[in-house]
Write a protein that binds this ligand. Sequence first.
Ligand SMILES: [Zn+2]
Length: 330
Amino acid sequence: MAKIVGLDLGGNSINVTAYDGSTFLIEGMAELPSLVTQGPETCIHQLHLGFQKALELTGWHASDVVAVGLDTPGPISADGVLCSKGATNFSGEGYWNFDLRGALAKTLGLPVSFLNDGNAAALYAHWKRFGNDPSKTSVSLIVGTGLGGGVVANGSVLVGKVGFAAELGHVTLPGDWYPDGTIPARCNCGKNSDLESIASLTGIELNLLPYFLPKYPGHPLADLPIKEAAKKVRGMAEKGDEMSRAIFRAQAWALAAHIDQMINVFDPDAIFIGGGVIEASEEMCAWYLEKIRESIPFREEQRDLAIEIVPDGDKAGARGAAVFALQRLP
Ligand SMILES: [Zn+2]
């Protein structure tokens, strides 16, 4: 059996997994600090420690491992080279044009494959639901601080020419996405009214709270700094707060409008929703998925489309990276 280590490099931590070609051998969350702000050398060192952690937890020897899968948030090239101006988690000058994948491969002396984190989670959700069935297509939307996406078409994750495929958060929403008015929305990428500007924690902070708070005079979140208030919206929605539910209802409209576009492009077998938004109560998750589904203008033939939650939460990225590493082996 092929022994593969998966490493999901985030802004704060590295999540580690081990995959033998059929089973993931690390059940719980295995994490260590990523220390990305201390520069590329420290970051690569931490990834090396993550690799060793996988060996400790499985009893594998380094020489048993045939490949490593790495994933991290972009923008980053298909080969794992950071952009000329770094990326969200890698803003220091040392990261500009830094070959993250190549540096790790050199340090470990092993083949390292690379995916951005949205694509990795998408591949894992797809693989868990459909295995290696080459006839299946799915679209994943990861609603977190931003909005990460992934498309697996006929069993293969779409990476694109430069590695920017499925940046679904920055696809502009159709003009009539919200039926109850117009919500002015800007995104950190510079666009107006793209999916991330509504369906993300950043979207709640920048656009949804400023739109909804004045409609609910005396709301307790009005007294908090906006960043703090944004983080409390999910918890308040779980408890049934009317404004917080209206915020997530608006997100459901935006996701539905976007999914309608994806249905028309891909005619997929499944849509997967992941990220912080689905780390809510069971009732809240079911309500969110239901609101998304009832807002999609389905054609009769496509009405039974599966809309499901990305399984295994924060472990999906590392696991998807490991599945990809196995697929890339000769
Ligand atoms: Zn954007």
